[in-house]
Ligand binder design. Sequence first.
Ligand code: PRE
Length: 91
Amino acid sequence: MSVPAELIALREQIDALDQQLFVLLAERFQVTAQVGELKKQFQLPAQDLARESAQLQKIQRLASETGLDPDWALRFQRLILDEVVIQHQQC
Ligand SMILES: O=C(O)C(=O)C[C@]1(C(=O)O)C=C[C@@H](O)C=C1
């Protein structure tokens, strides 16, 4: 069965967006790696729950404003934060 041209075009858009998403994610992890180094230098804890709480509130608001499911956005952000904390602990 042939794939409609419209589907091909939409998939190209998806691939381009995925690429942007991963470039941004990689950029975020580069910044958090710098935070990890700084925390090590100043002997600060890997996790900052007050900062996370403020971020998660912001994420929920952003999700609502952009039409994303706030609960899903929270889970997504949690995944990222947990990974950063692990990386901080390993640094
Ligand atoms: O801001 C910090 O203190 C960070 O370590 C970065 C970060 C984040 O990825 O945004 C990660 C872990 C902390 O618990 C809070 C925030």
